[in-house]
Design a protein around this ligand. Structure first.
Ligand code: FAD
Length: 378
């Protein structure tokens, strides 16, 4: 039965809320997680499960490497597989400028211990003979990047929270937060029930801006629509996440279960929480996939859907405390929240207890210059 007093109340049952809840639980905090729908109903259940540490800034690379380690050990930690598989990420450059930017980032990535290699079109052809390298000037490949199933990951974290006696309430929409009493937040859900805790985490993803308004905080975090599709399963060849950086590029990977799953970033962004799928995506995405792997031409598409990226002007998340004592924020994961989630969950859980980060996290600060330090490998 749900109690009403906790150490921490988390708003949002996506990867960020649930991972943070898990690591807070491991630190023996009394946690309540409130989710307005079902776990994974937001962006997390709509993502394609890609995991990489090939980023362009030191903080994101460190966080992502920590996450890869956590994904790798989840089967042991949870006692069941989360379909983690290190298929690698292959980034492709079709312009001198992009090739140069890959080369510039390589030394930072490798100085932090990430084994990224620059690959020529011939190297790519040798390793992945099914890829059409016409027009490719080079790329980078990181064999420790990979994939996992978002639903299994959510399940593992969920069981860790509830088996330890902490509470998750689904279909419980937070409609108000009163922070006028000292050292305690009163969080109200749509039924009128009220819960109390000295600490609250806003992990409401695409809705974090409106949840921030309950306490008068304005977050520079806006949702925009991204579409995705999945094919029928084919023989598993461990096709890596191929990231085609042309203006009409795309990214896709073969799931461990055989299907091809992928997305592209639309030229004109669709702001808001619009979850409509389009015919344009359904016809255009296969063209982009087949251009890279012509042998996939006869593979049937099973399903398409849409979800939100919650974005900031500089492409970095907001992971920090706020000006209101006890009110924390972990949101705006852009297209990377699943992969960064485990490490950010652990980092935030420790931060909420110890009030310190193990390394510089100013890139993700709530109050930062959002026009500086843009992530190049978005
Ligand atoms: C098509 C697509 C493909 C993607 N592919 C990848 C990928 O390959 N790898 C990757 O790392 N990332 C990917 N992403 C991005 C990733 O899905 C997100 O960054 C991540 O899921 C964000 O997690 P979150 O927990 O912040 O948000 P969410 O998963 O959206 O969770 C927030 C939750 O808060 C709940 N909520 C909101 N308001 C309230 C309220 N008032 N009360 C209670 N609950 C509330 C919502 O219902 C929601 O469940 C992709 C996204 C999309 C759309």
């Amino acid at each position: 039965m749900t109690k009403s007093d906790y150490d921490v109340i988390i708003i949002g049952g996506g990867i960020i809320g649930i991972a943070t809840g898990y690591y807070l639980t491991k630190r023996r905090q009394r946690v309540l997680l409130l989710e307005k729908n079902y776990l994974g109903a937001g962006s997390t259940g709509r993502c394609i499960g890609g995991i990489r540490a090939q980023f362009s800034t030191e903080t994101t690379i460190k966080v992502a490497m920590e996450s890869v380690d956590l994904f790798r050990s989840m089967e042991d930690e949870f006692g069941f597989s989360v379909d983690w598989y290190p298929s690698g990420y292959l980034f492709l450059a079709y312009s001198e400028e992009k090739k140069q930017s890959f080369l510039n980032i390589l030394s930072l990535q490798n100085s932090l211990g990430l084994g990224v290699k620059f690959v020529t079109p011939e190297d790519i052809k040798r390793k992945f003979n099914y890829i059409n390298v016409n027009g490719v000037l080079g790329g980078t490949f990181c064999p420790t990047d990979g994939q996992a199933d978002p639903f299994y990951v959510l399940k593992g974290y969920m069981l860790g929270i509830t088996n330890a006696g902490n509470d998750i309430r689904t279909h419980a929409e937070v409609v108000g937060i009163d922070n006028h009493k000292s050292n305690s937040f009163e969080v109200t859900i749509h039924t009128g029930e009220k819960f109390h805790a000295p600490k609250v985490l806003n992990a409401a993803g695409p809705f974090s801006k409106s949840v921030g308004k309950f306490v008068g905080i304005d977050l520079l975090a806006e949702p925009e629509r991204h579409e995705s599709l999945i094919t029928e399963g084919i023989e598993f060849k461990a096709i890596p996440m191929i990231v085609d950086y042309r203006p009409d590029g795309c990214y896709f990977i073969q799931r461990k279960t055989g299907q091809i799953i992928g997305c592209y970033t639309p030229e004109v962004q669709v702001p808001g929480n619009d979850m409509k799928s389009t015919f344009e995506f359904l016809t255009e995405m296969p063209r982009r996939i087949i251009r890279l792997i012509p042998t996939l031409e006869s593979v049937a598409i099973l399903r398409q859907w849409a979800g939100s990226y919650t974005v900031t002007p500089d492409g970095n998340p907001i992971v920090d405390k706020s000006d209101i004592p006890g009110y924390y924020i972990s949101t705006a994961m852009c297209g990377h929240g699943f992969m960064l989630g485990p490490a950010l969950g652990k980092l935030m859980a420790n931060f909420m207890i110890d009030d310190q980060w193990p390394y510089d996290m100013s890139e993700f600060a709530f109050k930062r210059n959002y026009r500086k330090g843009t992530e190049v490998l978005g």
